[in-house]
Ligand binder design. Structure first.
Ligand code: F6R
Length: 251
């Protein structure tokens, strides 16, 4: 079942999504969160940190298993997703360091990294809530168009459009990694709940295609239509092409 929640602004989207994550942690303090990097969740993490500081949320029993990581980047590389998560979220909250997982980008043995990661997800009993952003080409995690739906964690070559979108974070375009480790669509679909967030005009068309178009590997996010518990939080711009009848009333 899909539920669409419309937010007024990026900040409002962030607060609404943070509320759902917070509810998950309150309902199940030892839950497993599947977390994402990128511009979309930054505001969500800010909001959660704020509530943590007000003693409204406790991460001491939470496990976090991130979606993806660039191949070849070490933890201390400022563009690694490990670094991103520390910088934007983990350093401010009381999550246990041994409960933080991001695919091991520095390990070039892809089979080992991917096998280990799938084992970790299993060991912790699967993902309770998976937070996702969406790429302009419809990717989720680093599952680019054409990715098989039945994959677990695997290594991918990044699409040219993704390299272009990510180059803003690197000094030179040639520094942008060309490969990544990512949870597969199978892994994502096995999460008990999926929370997809999108903000800004650039996401409006792909969001409509993903949520209302045909389910096809050409639009990886389209598989989410088949997820039994999908919540989508959009700001006004990202939601502009979605049918109005799905709109939740927002003040
Ligand atoms: C990040 C990830 C990506 C992003 C997507 C959207 O861990 O897996 O799929 O969610 O590229 O990125 P932003 O939020 O920067 O628009």
């Amino acid at each position: 079942m899909m539920k669409i929640i419309r937010a007024k602004s990026y900040q409002d989207m962030s607060r609404k999504a943070a509320n759902l994550i917070s509810a998950q942690v309150i309902m199940k303090p030892h839950c497993v969160l599947g977390l994402a990097t990128g511009s979309t969740p930054e505001g969500i993490y800010k909001q959660l940190i704020d509530w943590y500081n007000k003693d409204d949320i406790d991460f001491s029993q939470v496990t976090s298993i991130n979606l993806d990581e660039y191949v070849g980047l070490t933890h201390d590389h400022d563009q690694s997703y490990w670094y991103f998560m520390q910088k934007h979220f983990f350093q401010y909250i009381n999550i246990r360091p041994d409960h933080i997982f991001v695919p091991e980008g520095a390990n070039l043995n892809a089979d080992e990294v991917c096998r280990n990661y799938d084992r970790i997800i299993q060991r912790f009993g699967g993902i309770d809530l998976q937070l996702l952003g969406i790429g302009v080409d419809g990717h989720i995690g680093f599952n680019e168009p054409g990715s098989a739906f039945e994959l677990g964690t695997h290594k991918v070559r990044l699409q040219e459009s993704t390299i272009q979108a990510n180059k803003r974070f690197f000094a030179h375009e040639e520094d942008v990694p060309k490969e990544a480790y990512t949870m597969g669509i199978k892994t994502i679909m096995q999460a008990h709940k999926v929370l997809l967030c999108a903000s800004g005009t650039a996401k409006a068309a792909i969001l409509r295609e993903a949520l209302y178009g045909p389910v096809t590997p050409q639009v990886p996010a389209s598989i989410l239509q088949m997820h039994p518990d999908l919540t989508v939080v959009v700001d006004q711009e990202a939601g502009a092409c979605l049918p109005q009848e799905d709109a939740d009333a927002t003040a």
